[in-house]
Design a protein around this ligand. Structure first.
Ligand code: PLP
Length: 503
């Protein structure tokens, strides 16, 4: 019966055990978690433990029942989500922080990297020089922080402090119909209300139509509504489209409105010289977000917000001084890590306790450098274009949206098929059940597409080829009346070793 945690000095031993289990997991030679869920649920589903079983027994359950029944998302053939499996260095840096620096508050080497890595990201992604950042748990919270600063500016300009006094009247946020739904939630949380988000139409490529935005801004000005922010996308979630940033940013400023760019997924695309020109206008942004837990391969839980004026974030989100902390930490000359809380990030956003995420971004970028990340982005963008070219050239495939970044929306077609959406839904279900290539589906201009988003650090050209081959094989089987085997994969679904790209 264990009543206290294991003593110090055992971490290395247990890390080896866990590391071996995780390395085995990453070969994806195991059945899917839902193949025989009863096997692991029989062990894991329990009432609250009153007596502990001790670390060795927990490690046994973890390595035998938990890890092998993890998610399909880190599989290199898994292209449905925009979050991915963590790279090895990202996972290790997260663990290092959890043990050695459990808070981003106070002065230490981990927390030193918070600001430095934010500066690296700003430089890497060519953000306006004055921009300063803040880490949070991901794109949704990063958007919330940025729009909180926008709200602060819009109402302060009208003599109101919305953080202190609340929001007095109707306000407007402008976002395209391809924007991420976290924008609407941010509007709700910020007290503007979901209905404050006005949806601006997009063209057939999924890009905001500037003329539609201008009409709306003009109309709302006449009605006396407060324009809080225009939200543009640098890489939409569904198709990767990039809005015309320069035109939209210019319009926003002409109407005295904050210009926010959601680059949660697509901002790193600026590293690819073939699409860099699409980011012209980023220099007009008042705020920008990017998610290191997407294309950078960080473990989930890292988003970044950048704003021109971090004091606005502080006025929007400060929780004001805490009696038990502030005075115990403020020393003029810091001689001990506990002499200062450091940069007050907890006043710039909604989290007080937070891990030192900057150390993870530092580790990722130290490992592969800007050149390594650029190579990854270019590889994934080229894969999406390659799928589009194959689809374009094949009589049974059709491109529904030409890729801008690393997403390609295409579908299987066959002459005389009465319902291509239904056929492609069945192809998609069979893909998922087989577990080798797991894209998502998406609605593109009213048609159902198969949508791979190539983003995982371990994902390379073989996955693009394998996906297209499997779609063609399944399409042929289904249109010839054969039922594909739709059992979840039972084992060894990926033969051979998995490629590991460090970049
Ligand atoms: C464009 C965009 N913005 C915001 C988000 C929300 O990010 P998160 O899931 O990290 O909260 C996503 C998620 O995919 C996204 O694609």
């Amino acid at each position: 019966m264990a009543t206290e945690p294991a003593e110090c000095g055992k971490l290395a031993e247990y890390l080896e055990v866990l590391g071996n289990a995780l390395d085995r997991f990453l070969t994806f030679q195991h059945p899917d978690a839902m193949h025989e869920p009863a096997r692991w649920r029989a062990v894991l589903e329990r009432r609250l433990p009153i007596s502990g079983i001790g670390i060795d027994a927990v490690m046994e359950e973890m390595t035998r029942y938990l890890v092998p029944n993890g998610s399909a998302i880190p599989n290199p053939g898994s292209t449905a989500f925009i979050t991915t499996g963590a790279t090895t260095i990202g996972a290790l840096a997260t663990l290092a922080g959890a043990v050695a620096s459990p808070q981003r508050l106070t002065l230490n080497a981990f927390n030193f990297l918070e600001e430095q890595s934010l500066e690296w990201l700003a430089e890497l992604f060519r953000l306006p020089p004055a921009m300063k950042g803040l880490y949070s748990s991901g794109g949704s919270v990063a958007n919330l922080a940025a729009l909180g600063a926008a709200r602060q500016q819009a109402f302060e300009a009208r003599g109101i402090d919305p953080a202190r006094q609340g929001v007095p009247g109707p306000a407007r946020l402008y976002a395209s119909n391809a924007s991420h739904h976290s924008i609407r939630r941010a509007a709700a949380v910020l007290g503007l209300g979901r209905e404050a988000v006005v949806t601006i139409a997009t063209d057939t490529q999924g890009r905001m139509i500037p003329a539609a935005l201008e009409r709306q801004l003009q109309e709302d000005r006449v009605r006396g509504l407060v324009p809080v922010a225009v939200v543009a996308n640098a890489g939409t979630t569904t198709t990767g489209a990039i809005d015309p940033l320069h035109t939209i940013g210019t319009l926003a400023h002409r109407y005295d409105t904050w210009f926010h760019v959601d680059g949660a997924y697509g901002l790193p695309g600026i590293l690819d010289p073939t699409v860099r020109h699409l980011y012209a206008g980023l220099e007009l942004a008042d705020s920008v977000i990017v998610d290191p837990h997407k294309w950078l391969g960080a473990p989930v839980g890292i988003g970044a917000t950048f704003v021109r004026d971090r004091a606005l974030l502080q006025r929007a989100f400060t929780q004001e001084a805490a009696d038990y902390l502030e005075q115990s930490c403020t020393q003029e000359t810091a001689l001990h890590s506990m002499d200062s809380l450091g940069i007050p990030y907890s006043d710039f956003g909604v989290e007080l306790s937070a891990p030192p995420r900057g150390a993870v971004v530092w580790a990722l970028l130290r490992e592969i450098g800007a050149d390594g990340l650029r190579a990854r982005i270019c590889r994934h963008n080229a894969m999406a274009r390659q799928v589009a070219e194959w689809a374009n050239a094949h009589p049974n495939l059709e491109v529904l949206q030409w890729p801008t970044l690393s997403i390609c929306c295409f579908r299987y077609v066959v002459v005389g098929c009465p319902d291509l959406d239904a056929l492609n839904t069945r192809i998609h279900r069979a893909l998922v059940r087989h577990g080798r290539n797991i894209p998502s589906t998406a609605q593109v201009n009213g048609q159902l597409a198969i949508r791979p988003c190539f983003i995982g650090a371990r994902t390379g050209p073989d996955q693009a080829q394998a996906l297209v081959d499997e779609v063609l094989a399944l399409g042929a089987q289904l249109t010839q009346g054969a039922e594909p085997d739709t059992d979840t994969n039972t084992d060894t679904n990926n033969s051979g070793s998995m490629p590991y790209f460090t970049r």
